[in-house]
Write a protein that binds this ligand. Sequence first.
Ligand SMILES: [Mn+2]
Length: 312
Amino acid sequence: MYKIFYHNDLDGVITASAFILRNKLKKEKYILSPISSEGRTIFNKIVSRNIMKGYDVVSLDFDRADRLSFWCDHHSVDGVSYLVNENVLYDKNAKSAASLYIRNLLLPIEEDKLFFNNAKRYEEVAVAIDMVDSASYESIRYYKNSLNPIMTLKRYVDLKPDLNEVVELLAKTKLNLKKAIKTLEINPEMLRSMAIDSFKTGDKFEFIDYGFIALCKEECNSVPRYAEFDEHSSTAISIRVSVKDVDSIIVRVSKNPWMTHNPFANIDLSVPPKYSDTWGGHKNVAGGVIPMPYKDLFIDSLIETLMDYRRK
Ligand SMILES: [Mn+2]
């Protein structure tokens, strides 16, 4: 019996459905479990508890842990940039875990088939999820307005519905996004106007401008990623801070993907800053949970590090 942990975003969802497809898993052979970035801190414990219960544990678009049956990821991991064996598919430079999985493990079994070949659709999904997960849309306007199936599905997943249902449907339709959207009875136009509304950050945000760098205090996950760059296009890096609970805050740092000549283009945000031992992510987007007592120390030192980089 597989216990499949997958990152609770669209990349994780698609990777999980590709895993089910590739291994032709019957429903009674697995349990799906979405997990948020904040779960990194305790992931090793969760995994070993599940192994003790007798599960084959899989981690998709998420952290490495001891004794996993399979691990596929592209988030930065200390000292590893590429690793492939029977149980691992890891590439730090892949734009998404889903495309990494699709191209290396799902497409090869499709290419031998003469009839009912799904290869073309799989490759299209790989291209689309690369664009979404690495935020390489042409503009923030595209992000806000596109009715492309992948954007519709992204908006839907961002609402955090029953993600397991989405995984099952994508597996069942063999990654036919349009069919899945129809079955889920999603109204793309309605979702889009909801997303556009949520871009109006004014009242949900406290925005402090440090020139190129901005500190944004938000209600937890109140606005979509990148919304701050819509209003403040000269911000190169945003540091989003929200309160997780009485003991900790969540900090997310991201580069403005639409700024030409972003002065931070080459900085690697996945390198853990001082006072954080739960940091994770990619070169252009990263984040972590910071204990409340270190809050001010952490933010001050992060801003200072970025300012120093800028002066160099
Ligand atoms: Mn991902």
